[in-house]
Design a protein around this ligand. Structure first.
Ligand code: AMP
Length: 419
């Protein structure tokens, strides 16, 4: 029997892992610059955390969670997103008592049982941030600036910012009513999912990708026309600040996100080269979540970006950089005696910080040279009988084939590598 990976999961092979690592290094560096510190929360939590946090009416909770009952009868789920866990950790560890305003980032796998397609997986990696404690429009804009800078530094060339405001508990009911009045006569023309959403969470209809539903949504009322004065002022401040820091954006009055908790500002980072799944990231304010978890009324804003989708967009843009050649030296040997000498040299070179390899399969000279080429080494060291007798080694530079004898010593090898 041959085992196969689970549908919607991927093996990230070493070459691709190197691309992830390069992106992760950049993201950590940029996060540090903005004062966001890494938080690592468990990969599984009580299911109730996501039902309450992400929202009982969302597709994520209703249809996509990997939930199970453990041996102790506890109802657990693999995390489908990061925000509820960060908020739980913030409250459970009383972090707000130390300093109300705190900024976190996380990076890791998320799990959703979606229909796999290009850019949509069942296990995918997200990095995200949570800026907790401020209602200022400056914190909204800081998260956007940070997201855009990370995406640019990772290497994505074209990113568009789509922006909207989804109001608050004061103004959203009147918008929901207006949307309901508009959609009610068209209800039978909507897909069965949207008909269900009409009852459970009407805003989510705006996010339906089906052509038939999109057609019916033309000229639907816009949330920004129903904002209360507080939400209107906040949104105006966000837009003004974005203009002042030279960030262009597209107002998308129908942008709602897949999670229930958003209030006021919502946004998405869009890559125009991607097809149907064109969002590389998205986020917004969630001013009510902390209080709904039993904490004080503390506002917050955050975003999450999908690493696989960013790398896919970079591939389509042709901007993925090839990883550095990872090998400095490859040691080629001739027989049992030189082979052991080669092994001892391998250890000494690695101790000196050199990335080197040798053959462990007693292969022919030709096969070893082929292997060295395949690994893309910069230099080859050949140790033959004659070299051993003269306490020398043959040094070959792969870029131009230059070959010479040098004394058999680590110092000489280091000198050659650095010259
Ligand atoms: P969300 O947590 O739904 O707000 O999504 C934030 C970002 O995570 C999206 O813009 C995508 O880049 C990424 N993402 C969400 N779901 C998936 C998925 N199933 N597969 C791959 N990436 C995803």
């Amino acid at each position: 029997m041959k085992f196969k990976k689970i549908k919607g999961t991927r093996d990230i092979l070493p070459e691709e892992t190197e691309k992830f690592l390069a992106a992760e290094k950049i993201l950590r560096k940029t996060m540090a610059k903005y004062g966001y510190r890494e938080i690592r929360t468990p990969i599984f939590e009580e299911s109730a955390l996501f039902i309450k946090g992400t929202g009982a009416t969302t597709d994520i909770v209703n249809k996509e969670m990997y939930s199970f009952v453990d041996m102790g009868g506890r109802n657990l789920s693999l995390r489908p997103e990061g925000t509820p866990s960060v908020v739980r950790a913030y409250l459970e560890n009383n972090l707000y008592k130390k300093r109300l305003f705190q900024k976190f980032f996380y990076y890791g796998s998320m799990f959703r049982q979606e229909n796999p397609q290009s850019g949509r997986l069942r296990e995918f990696r997200q990095f995200g941030i949570e800026s907790i404690g401020s209602i200022s429009a400056q914190s909204d804009v800081e998260t956007i600036l940070l997201g855009l800078e990370i995406l640019k530094n990772i290497g994505l060339k074209n990113v568009e910012l789509h922006l909207n405001s989804t109001g608050c508990e004061k103004c959203i009911p009147s918008y929901k009513k207006a949307l309901g009045d508009f959609l009610k006569p068209k209800l039978e023309l909507l897909c069965s999912n949207c008909q269900r959403r009409f009852e459970t969470n009407i805003l989510r209809i705006l996010d339906c990708k089906r052509e038939a539903c999109r057609k019916e949504l033309k000229n639907a009322p816009k949330c920004i026309d129903y904002l209360c004065s507080e939400c209107k002022t906040h949104f105006q401040k966000v837009k003004n600040l974005l203009e002042k820091v030279d960030v262009s954006f597209t107002l998308n009055p129908y942008l709602v996100r897949g999670l229930d908790y958003y209030t006021k500002t919502v946004y998405e980072f869009i890559s125009p080269v991607l097809g149907a799944q064109d969002a590389v990231g998205g986020g917004g304010r969630y001013d009510r979540m902390i209080e709904s978890f039993g904490g004080p009324p503390i506002p917050a804003i955050g975003f999450a970006c999908g690493m696989e989708r960013i790398l896919l967009a970079m591939e389509k843009e042709g901007t993925v950089k090839e990883a550095d050649k990872t090998l400095d030296c490859y040691i080629v040997t001739m027989d049992e005696q030189t082979d052991e000498e080669g092994f001892l040299l391998l250890g000494k070179l690695r101790k000196a910080g050199i990335r080197c390899e040798k053959d462990f399969m007693s292969r022919s000279l030709k096969a070893q040279m082929k292997d060295a080429n395949r690994l893309g080494t910069r230099f080859v060291i050949i140790i033959g009988e004659e070299e051993m007798e003269k306490k020398e080694l043959t040094w070959k530079r792969m870029s131009d084939g230059l070959q010479k004898r040098i004394p058999f010593s680590v110092e000489n090898i280091l000198q050659e590598i650095r010259s």
